[in-house]
Design a protein around this ligand. Sequence first.
Ligand code: ATP
Ligand code: SF4
Length: 320
Amino acid sequence: MALLEIKNLNITYKTDKKEIKAVKDFSLDVEAKDSIGIVGESGSGKSTLAMGILKLLPKETTKITGKILFNGVDLLKLSEEKLRNLRWRDISVVFQKSMNSLSPVHKIGFQMEDIYRVHEPNVSDEEVRKRILELFKFVNLSDRVYTLYPHELSGGMMQRVSIALSLIHYPKLLILDEATTALDVVTQGQILDEIMKLEEGLDLTRMMITHDISVVASSCKKVVVMYGGCLLESGYVQDVLINPKHPYTQGLLDSFPALTGEKKNLRGIPGSIPDLSLEYKSCIFANRCKKARDICFKKVPETKILPNEWNVACHLLGGF
Ligand code: ATP
Ligand code: SF4
């Protein structure tokens, strides 16, 4: 059994005028100690997926169907109270602006102590302080941050506090949604190196949403490519990013500087992302795909499973 099993997940935003299908029939197994990068253009459903996993989307305006099994337990069926027990302790998520949720009137250390005590009410003051200072070291913050207020910290320092907080209970699953994007490259590299050590030492599993494919290439074992709410390709980084099989992954990689070897001209993908309020009975990428044939406009491609856990949703693989 995988640590996280997402099965046929659909997430729809209900607005006044239309329904936006932001995640569509999405299935993924995440094994313990996996590190998975989730990439795709803006609007492809990456953040919706992250928020859906922890049921952070408002019930009134979203509809979620499918299964999200964490250690075999369906998170979609858990009560709010049981989910609260799971957050921070078993699953932590850091968004790009997570620090906005901290109170401006309390010192950082005090707020972190409070969060620590939610799951460890009997721990001594000394132990809490030790754990928090250990985490500061981990994210390259000095001890003095303990006694500072949020407004006294720079954006980068705030983000490092968020990352430290997310690790406070050694969660089993850490979801980073563009969490390191605003940091300078050196700090980002240091933090990811430390997190990778944790993945080796503890059973930490990481899902990392980013626009930066080079970060995925250097810090993740696996990659998932999303487009229009769908999973188009997934597998090991050395397969998918070196020899992509899906035309969208190929286009995405052509839009980035070369990961290895010589410099290349960046090309981009002409056209724009699909209207997610429409029902697609075709390949979702068909109107932008250079390799599209008749069948691509008539039938949704099935996901082909290749050796080495490589999944590709494209008619091309079945032969036209
Ligand atoms: P980005 O990389 O820009 O963060 P993303 O891949 O994370 O994008 P999402 O933010 O998950 O994509 O958005 C997926 C789709 O859902 C988009 O079409 C977006 O406009 C739509 N969407 C997101 N939040 C809402 C909302 N609260 N109400 C209605 N539609 C939404
Ligand atoms: Fe392109 Fe057709 Fe493959 Fe879709 S199914 S990516 S349109 S070749």
